[in-house]
Design a protein around this ligand. Structure first.
Ligand code: ADP
Ligand code: ASP
Ligand code: MG
Length: 405
């Protein structure tokens, strides 16, 4: 008997009516003889609502308190969906992250999954029931409730699919019917991609395409968990994420990704001596903050300017660290650009084609878009530009690389 792990995002469980329809969908598959596990997000807007309410008590509530608070969003939708499934005459049980056996490290607000103790899940499945797991959360060895980072229910679903050796992990979406060549909300001309390789999807997610959580793709790639992204409420082929993309000759560029959730921090007038970058990035890494781009320019006076980008949510914390270090090493100043835009093109075909970067830079230049930072890998090129020009840049590059419908 095959086993599918379904994940429903916030918009798919955003209302009573939608939850009832999700219950119908899950039960229909269950009645065909499939074993089913369901992972849910909080109802649309709920995580933001709780976050905002907490901030009316303190601008900076502790991460531990935020984790316990936010974990409730997913518990509520898991309970609602379970009640809806039970009403259809099928046994289902909602489970918190802890009850589902999801053990994490203790890094509040961005915990990593260490293991999943699948006993309880298997018990429910073995008795013919459907476990409905509250996504995005786990429990640390110290019995503290943790969360996995925004969008983390995708990771819950992939991790459970791997732990249970499920046949597939089916990510159901309400606002898009698959993975697109660019965010359809930014590029109206974007096209659904029927199949994509783990490596390309990993780049896309890592660069800020929020359609799938990057750590979920990372885990799926590592353990070869097949992922399907499909529409929740319609029929549709969606997108299959696979190990190898069997296109005869891959397109050079397969997607254009925008990200407006990054900030730039610059240390000005850093003395040019060994070990300073190690100090800065060592301390930032200890806080589990992911640094994306880094550039350093050595000036004439043995001083350098060092800029790097971090997720907006982490910018304030990274700035405090940068200021502390700047103070100790005698740098002139620290500057924070809270909002920057990052535009990237991704494609495995870039490995074997030259000139992609030049075409990208020329297209941006033609539109008078200034590039502030550049970074490349063998399958992607990213530029930091002004956030205001992001939409224009995405549409232009989508056209230049011929990705349209
Ligand atoms: P869910 O709540 O189901 O997890 P998300 O809101 O996290 O859904 O992700 C879906 C959103 O991702 C869509 O609204 C879409 O605008 C955005 N998105 C960004 N990049 C892409 C892309 N390349 N393909 C599809 N959707 C994308
Ligand atoms: N509810 C969480 C969020 O909004 C997790 C998720 O939806 O995956 O980020
Ligand atoms: Mg999501």
């Amino acid at each position: 008997m095959s086993l599918s792990v379904y994940k429903f995002g916030g918009t798919s469980v955003g209302s009573v009516e939608k939850i009832k329809k999700v219950a119908d969908k899950v039960v229909a598959d269950y009645r065909k003889g499939t074993k089913v596990v369901v992972v849910v997000s909080a109802m649309a807007g709920e995580t933001d609502r709780l976050t905002k309410m907490a901030q009316s008590f303190s601008p900076n509530p502790s991460r531990r308190e935020m984790d316990l608070l936010l974990s409730n969003g997913e518990r509520v939708s898991a309970s609602f969906l379970t009640i809806a499934i039970n009403t259809l005459g099928v046994e289902a049980s909602s489970l918190t992250g802890r009850q589902a056996g999801i053990v994490t490290d203790s890094m509040h607000s961005k915990a990593r999954i260490k293991r999943i103790d699948v006993g309880r899940l298997n018990e429910i499945i073995g008795a013919g029931g459907i476990p409905v797991v509250a996504g995005f959360q786990g429990i640390s060895e110290e019995s503290e409730v943790t969360t996995l980072g925004r969008g983390g229910s995708d990771l819950t679903a992939v991790a459970i699919a791997h732990a249970l050796k499920a046949d597939q992990c089916i990510i159901c979406k309400d606002d898009v019917d698959g993975v697109y060549t660019s965010d359809p909300a930014v590029v109206p001309d974007a096209r659904r991609i029927p199949r994509i390789s783990y490596v390309e999807m990993l780049e896309m997610s890592g660069l800020g395409a929020k359609v799938l959580h990057s750590r979920a793709v990372e885990m799926a790639a590592k353990y070869e968990v097949p992922i399907k992204v499909i529409p929740t409420f319609e029929e549709g082929e969606g997108t299959l994420i696979v190990k190898e993309d069997k296109r005869m000759e891959s397109e050079i560029v397969s997607a254009v990704i925008t990200d407006k959730n990054q900030s730039k921090i610059t240390l000005l007038g850093v003395p040019d001596s060994p070990g300073i970058a190690a100090q800065i990035f060592g301390r930032i890494a200890k806080k589990n903050i992911v640094v994306d781009m880094i550039i350093q320019n050595v000036g004439g006076n043995n001083k350098t300017d060092l800029s790097f980008t971090v997720p907006q949510d982490d910018a304030a914390e990274a700035k405090v660290i940068a200021e502390d270090i700047a103070d100790k090493i005698g740098a002139d100043n620290v500057k924070l650009d809270p909002k920057i835009g990052k535009i990237s093109v991704v494609g495995v075909g870039m490995r074997s084609h030259s000139g992609v970067a030049a075409r990208m830079f020329q297209a941006l230049a033609d539109e008078n878009i200034n590039i502030m930072m550049i970074s490349t890998s063998e399958i992607k090129i990213s530029c930091v530009i002004s956030e205001k020009q992001l939409k224009k840049a995405a549409n232009v590059l989508h056209k230049v690389f011929d990705l349209g419908a």
